[in-house]
Structure formats: structure tokens, C-alpha cells
Design a protein around this ligand. Sequence first.
Ligand code: 2AM
Length: 196
Amino acid sequence: MRLFAAVLPPASATAELTEHAARLRELPGADGLRWTARESWHFTLAFLAEVAAETLPELSERMERAARRTPAFPLSLHGGGRFGERALWAGAAGDVAALRLLAARADAAARKAGVPMEEHRAYRPHLTLARARGGGVDLRPYVAALGSFSGTPWTVAELALVRSNLPRSGVAGERPRYEVVGRWELDASRAAFPGG
Ligand code: 2AM
């Protein structure tokens, strides 16, 4: 199964972003982009690719440990960016250092469970909002429009392991279905809040 570890924003946060993103859909070229579904929005922590089902018990144990060692932390959806002409994303603000730490721990957990992980690239926290079908859409106005977006912070209290079921139908534009296969609580007793 195809797996990734992620932080899932709460409905209150995705509702705010949905409202703001409505403006983006009015920009030139918006119909030429494949927009991700709100229910699927997430920050990937680590991408595990194909994992054998028999690895799941040990992987779950390692992920649980990674979560337990990490204090809960505040995060918000904030601004945006792009990967060239390929993808448009919303960014994060708040304790991004804690998000990075959780990403590194999720990566290490997967490695220890025997998942062959790719070499580290610089971790760029991002929530993919749209992907270009074939390029040719200038994403800069979209990034500029996201620049004014600053969501209400929430407390990241969970690490999730998500299964991505790729579309099989071959229907152009069909999106993968995500299914949460595990959730583990971060350490709420040591929640790291600046000044509190
Ligand atoms: P993306 O949002 O930037 O496309 C499920 O596919 C999640 O895993 C997505 O968030 C996706 O990132 C990420 N993902 C897919 N393939 C990946 C890869 N090879 N390396 C890192 N992340 C990947």
C-alpha cells in the first residue's frame, strides 16, 4: 500500500482556507488547474511510497513512539507558494520548527521499520491546493493572492498515517482517495506554546 505520514488540519482551519481559496478560482487559468479536495488537505511529514502490509505493525509502533516523544504544538495555515509551474500550495506558520522535527521523526520511524526512504531533500511544509495539468498557467498571481491569508492557529495533537489509493479508472482528473490507517497522539502534557 502507498503510505505517507501527515498532519491533518482541523475542519475549522480548512473552512477558512476554503473561503479564501474561492478567490483563487476566479483568477485567469483556474479552470486549467486540478484543485485538490478540501477533505484531502494535509501537510505531508514523510512519504513512504509502497509499504508491505506486514510492515504495518512495526511501522505503527515506531510512529506511535515518534508521536509520543513530540510535544503538541501550535500551527496555522499561512500564505502560499508554488513548485515551479507544477503545483500551488498553502504554507504554514506557528511552530514550524516543531513540524520539521515531527517530519524528521516520522522519517526516522519509517526507516527503522525497514521502509527504504529517499534521501532527505530540504523539508518544505506545504499543503497542495492545485496541480497544473500540463503547465502553462502562471501561478504567481495565485501565490500573491494567498499572501494575504493567515488562518487561526490550532494545536497539532496527532500524527496520522495515510493510505493513498490511486485512481484506477484512468479517468482524466480523477483524484486519489486518502484513508487514515493510524493516528497517534503527540505529548499534550508538554505542549510547546511560546510564552505559555
Ligand atoms: P504533494 O502534495 O507535494 O504532491 C500523497 O501523495 C502525499 O505525498 C502528497 O502530499 C504528496 O506531495 C506526497 N508525495 C507524493 N510523492 C512524493 C515523493 N516522491 N516525495 C515526497 N512526497 C511525495
